[in-house]
Design a protein around this ligand. Structure first.
Ligand code: PLP
Ligand code: ZN
Length: 421
């Protein structure tokens, strides 16, 4: 991204930094692809079951990692997630038409699976059997799951603060070596980038460019589900910014291939306690100033120094003429309650997308008549503490709180709670 030096696919540079220490990105040569033929082939693959091409990621293999020999594909048929048209959530956000893309329905419960299937498959093709990441939780659950089904091992560096216990337990249950350390996510990233290759560990942190390629499938699948007609806006939460980058990069691919004829705008939403990217964009600065002590209840976005900010700035904000916004934890938790009560459900970080959309509509940045897709990044059971705190804690001021009702099992007293027909 910095010096334009190019490497061949075979010349793996674990941990994926250029000689100049800049980020690497995958560049495709799509010139030999016939878009119309490819569209028909993607349609045909929708009827395959339990093959590599029935995965919502590998269905689009030609646009993701065409050279990978099929024998290395490690898949759990990820992707293939629902897209829901929710009037209730649309009304809350103040917009005419809103769809929710539930990446929360992935096999390990978050969109990280879309990228991790590609990273682990690539790592295996390069001869690695040991994988590592530093994670705020979902990346590690996803890595531990794919490493286990590949018969490989995973080593997960876990910051010991502000992390959801559900995610830690899921990672542990899949059999990862869980290495807890005293420090932040950013400390762990720095450590693993310096030491992994010496330890023979393939690095699956968000700078791994193959994860970004896999995550592009999210926008391919959205476009495919909408018959290649995208809405005006796509709204995504931003932590390390790999999701936002992948959306922007995937949109550019679709435009280059003629699958779509214009780019929707992308809005990247951060939490107020961890919003260095938003501050940079809003203040028109050209360099990101890290947040040294990030804090948000939406733990999946609790990142002060997002490694992929340059990519996100290029592919998402500049290329799509997109915007950023920042929302409070309270706005996030209220939006989550509405999404949960609409029957779709998500973890706190995901709800930043809807909270951010509501804010952008109120500010007049997004028109009420516009159409939008909000990305729901993680499953509601990923953070059950957040549900308990919002609904049940006596101190909670959740405006949509749903309390447990203590009753005695006699008809008379129950009539007070169950309305008559
Ligand atoms: C990872 C994650 C995010 C943030 O995505 P980035 O690519 O780090 O910006 C948001 N929500 C959930 C549930 C996540 O797991
Ligand atoms: Zn370089």
């Amino acid at each position: 991204m910095d010096c334009s030096r190019q490497y061949k696919l075979e010349a793996v540079r674990n941990p994926f930094l250029c000689e100049c220490k800049g980020l690497l990105e995958v560049i495709h040569d799509f010139r030999s692809l016939d878009s119309e033929r490819l569209k028909r082939e993607f349609d045909r693959r929708l009827s395959e079951r339990m093959t590599n091409y029935s995965s919502g990621v590998w269905r689009y293999k030609e646009l993701i990692l065409p050279e990978l020999p099929d024998a290395y594909i490690t898949t759990k048929f990820e992707g293939n997630t629902g897209m829901y048209d929710s009037d209730r959530v649309a009304k809350y956000a103040g917009i005419r038409k809103l769809m929710l893309k539930a990446q929360s329905e992935n096999p390990s419960g978050s969109f990280k699976d879309n990228g991790m299937t590609v990273a682990v498959s690539h790592g295996r093709s390069a001869g690695y059997t040991r994988f590592t990441c530093t994670s705020t939780g979902n990346t590690s659950s996803s890595l531990a799951m794919y490493a286990a089904i590949a018969g490989c091992s995973s080593y997960v560096f876990l910051p010991n603060r502000n992390i959801s216990m559900n995610k830690v337990l899921q990672t542990l249950a899949y059999g990862a070596h869980l290495l807890s350390f005293n420090g932040t996510y950013d400390d762990g990233i720095r450590f693993s980038e310096t030491n992994s290759e010496i330890l023979g560990l393939y690095v699956c942190n968000s700078i791994n460019p193959f994860r970004i390629e896999g995550q592009k499938s999210i926008i391919f699948e959205i476009a495919h589900q909408l018959r290649w007609k995208l809405p005006d806006w796509i709204i995504v939460p931003g932590g390390a910014l790999s999701h936002a980058t992948a959306l922007g990069k995937g949109l550019q691919d679709l435009l280059d291939l003629g699958f779509i004829d214009r780019l929707p705008k992308v809005a990247v939403i951060q939490a107020e306690g961890a919003n260095p990217f938003h501050r940079m964009v809003a203040q028109g600065e050209s360099k990101l100033t890290p947040e040294l002590q990030p804090f948000t209840r939406a733990s999946a976005m609790n990142i002060g120094n997002p490694p992929s900010w340059k990519k996100a700035l290029h592919y998402t904000v500049r290329q799509t003429n997109g915007v950023t916004a920042s929302v409070t934890d309270e706005e996030i938790m209220n939006a989550k309650a509405v999404i949960d009560q609409s029957g779709i459900g998500c973890e706190p970080a995901s709800a930043a997308s809807v909270a951010g959309l509501k804010k952008l509509v109120e500010e007049g940045v997004v028109d009420r008549e516009a159409t939008a897709v909000c990305l729901l990044t993680g499953n509601m059971l990923k953070d059950t503490d957040a549900i308990r705190e919002y609904h049940l804690d006596s101190m909670s001021e959740g405006i949509f709180a749903n309390k447990i009702i203590p009753v005695s099992l006699d008809f008379e007293s129950l009539q007070g709670y169950v309305p008559n027909l």
